[in-house]
Design a protein around this ligand. Structure first.
Ligand SMILES: NC(=O)c1ccc[n+]([C@@H]2O[C@H](COP(=O)([O-])OP(=O)(O)OC[C@H]3O[C@@H](n4cnc5c(N)ncnc54)[C@H](O)[C@@H]3O)[C@@H](O)[C@H]2O)c1
Length: 267
């Protein structure tokens, strides 16, 4: 049986991961793309984290290379395409995973944290698109998958910079989709919900001095399906949006949230 990404090259930006007990969204996507036959350039500002992902891909028999880039630095974003061309001859899939959660509501969030949220979650994503999309346009095919959050579909509560920047990711995804549709390039977004990832659980537990299991249980209890999702759930959706199975789908925002956004209210 032909694998779903046979002979494709994928760039996974933010393909390393935060330290923790489970697999993160970006690493799970890189592993899944490789399992389905893609050559993967794992990009991260933390080279060691990217190399760990590359090692895990190698262990499962896949092909991958690590590349260091900070998406808040324009030259780094420009260099991602060169690195992919040098390693694998081009790019077919751009997967944008990087995101951070500046904590704070309108009154207690600092301006620097608001700016950092937008710079990483939105501007950095736009910059990777700016430098990779011309290559996909010239080839007349390609897929971009942007990782957003269900927070971008809801009100932000104590994470206003996060929810607002992720809502902007949805708008940007639709604009890019319309701009590149005539060129055979599709652009979609995934809005994960409560995921049992190092970023979603371990980092929160560390920041709040709380017990990991307690944080995980509290999050699971908020999900209509009764449990958190995993990085592999995000990877399944990303595979669909990156492969030809979704050949006529562009500009969509796909929630992967166990029904969370069916309920009104902030996360
Ligand atoms: N985990 C959840 O519960 C959850 C829920 C909704 C949405 N998301 C989204 O999922 C994405 C991340 O998930 P993850 O589990 O892979 O997180 P993660 O923190 O494990 O991995 C993110 C990677 O991005 C890298 N990174 C951070 N800033 C960077 C920069 N400026 N340039 C390059 N690389 C950078 C980090 O080094 C890290 O390896 C984010 O977009 C986040 O908003 C997560």
């Amino acid at each position: 049986m032909t694998r779903r990404l046979h002979d494709r090259t994928a760039v996974v930006v933010g393909g390393g991961q935060t330290a923790g007990a489970t697999v993160g969204n970006g690493r799970a996507v890189a592993l899944a793309f490789a399992r389905e036959g893609a050559r993967v350039l794992v990009v991260d500002r933390d080279l060691a984290a990217a190399e760990e992902t590359v090692g895990a891909i190698g262990e499962q028999g896949g092909t991958a290379r690590a590349h260091r880039a900070d998406i808040t630095v324009e030259e780094d974003c420009a260099g991602i395409l060169d690195a992919a061309v040098e390693a694998f001859g081009g790019v077919d899939i751009l997967h944008n995973n990087v995101g951070v959660v500046p904590e704070g509501n309108t009154e207690n969030l600092q301006l620097a944290d608001w700016r950092r949220g937008f710079e990483i979650n939105l501007t950095g994503m736009w910059l990777t698109c700016k430098y990779v999309l011309p290559h996909l346009r010239e080839r007349g095919r390609g897929a971009v998958v942007n990782i957003s959050s269900m927070a971008g579909l809801l009100a932000g509560g104590d994470t206003i910079a996060y929810s607002t920047s992720k809502a902007a990711v949805h708008s940007m995804t639709r604009s890019l989709a319309l701009e590149y549709a005539p060129h055979g390039v599709r652009v979609n977004a995934i809005a994960p919900g409560m995921m049992d990832t190092p970023m979603g659980v371990d980092a929160v537990a560390r920041a709040r001095g709380a017990d990991r299991q307690e944080v995980a249980d509290r999050r699971a209890a908020m999900v209509p399906m009764g449990h958190q999702g995993t990085g592999d759930d995000v990877a399944g959706a990303a595979l669909f949006l990156a492969s030809d199975e979704s050949a006529f789908i562009t500009g969509t925002v796909l929630p992967v949230d166990g029904g969370f956004t069916l309920r009104a209210g902030a996360p």
